[in-house]
Design a protein around this ligand. Structure first.
Ligand SMILES: Cc1cc2nc3c(=O)[nH]c(=O)nc-3n(C[C@H](O)[C@H](O)[C@H](O)COP(=O)(O)O)c2cc1C
Length: 208
């Protein structure tokens, strides 16, 4: 088997948002699929706080990210937890149908919960579209574009995550939170080292 073939599957870049009584939640997802004219599917990790809120509130939004999306937005929504930080603090958004819509995207699709399929790691949630809007003619970002142009890494919770192997004789330190790999000649990371992708300290890195 050659698992590199999985890298040939095409994906987009989205932020899935939802809201419970007093908390706005959201996470980056690349796995979104249209099933028919009024049904879409998303694949969310069972550990994501966003998954929990969507399954309770039965409503979510697919925000479609354009190629000019700031990497900071992806770092916040793709590597931090909605129950630990307010991800919307410095983000421009509005409420539509009582769910958060992120501004300056290509557009959005608002869904109510329709059905689910649970795997050991991820839940595939089917949504019935109740509202959708094109917000701009900006180019939608593909997952490939994110990897090649923003040099972005993937969180371990993403369905597409694959462990990478060491490519040189240097020491490699891997972030346990986001999977970021740091190659260095040093035997130890400096005490003030912070992960450039998700911001955690050196205690979250382990030597490969
Ligand atoms: C590029 C990228 C793609 C991702 N794709 C998915 C995805 O399709 N499904 C998923 O559950 N998590 C995905 N993630 C991981 C979540 O965004 C991440 O675990 C997030 O911190 C969860 O936040 P929450 O706990 O507030 O829901 C992705 C992350 C990145 C950076």
């Amino acid at each position: 088997m050659n698992k590199n073939i999985l890298k040939k599957l095409s994906y987009g870049m989205y932020i899935i948002t939802s809201k419970n009584a007093d908390l706005l939640v959201g996470c980056v997802a690349n796995s979104v699929m249209q099933i028919n004219s009024d049904t879409v599917a998303i694949s969310l990790n069972n550990d994501n706080y966003t998954t929990k809120v969507i399954l309770e509130e039965k409503k979510f939004v697919i925000n479609i990210l354009p190629t000019n999306t700031e990497i900071e937005l992806i770092k916040t929504f793709g590597f931090k937890k909605s129950n630990e930080v307010n991800k919307f603090l410095n983000v421009s958004y509005k409420l539509v149908d009582d769910v958060p819509i992120i501004n300056n995207t290509c557009g959005y699709i608002i869904c109510t919960f329709n059905n689910l399929v649970k795997t050991t790691t991820h839940t595939i949630i089917l949504g019935k579209i109740i509202n959708m809007q094109v917000s701009s003619e900006l180019e939608p970002m593909t997952y490939k574009y994110y990897q090649e142009n923003l040099k972005g890494t993937t969180n371990k919770n993403a369905p597409t995550y694959q462990e990478e192997k060491k490519t040189s004789n240097k020491n490699v330190f891997v972030c346990k939170i986001c999977g970021y790999r740091y190659e260095t000649d040093l035997d130890e990371l400096p005490d003030d080292f912070k992960c450039p992708m998700c911001g955690v300290g050196k205690e979250y890195f382990e030597k490969e």
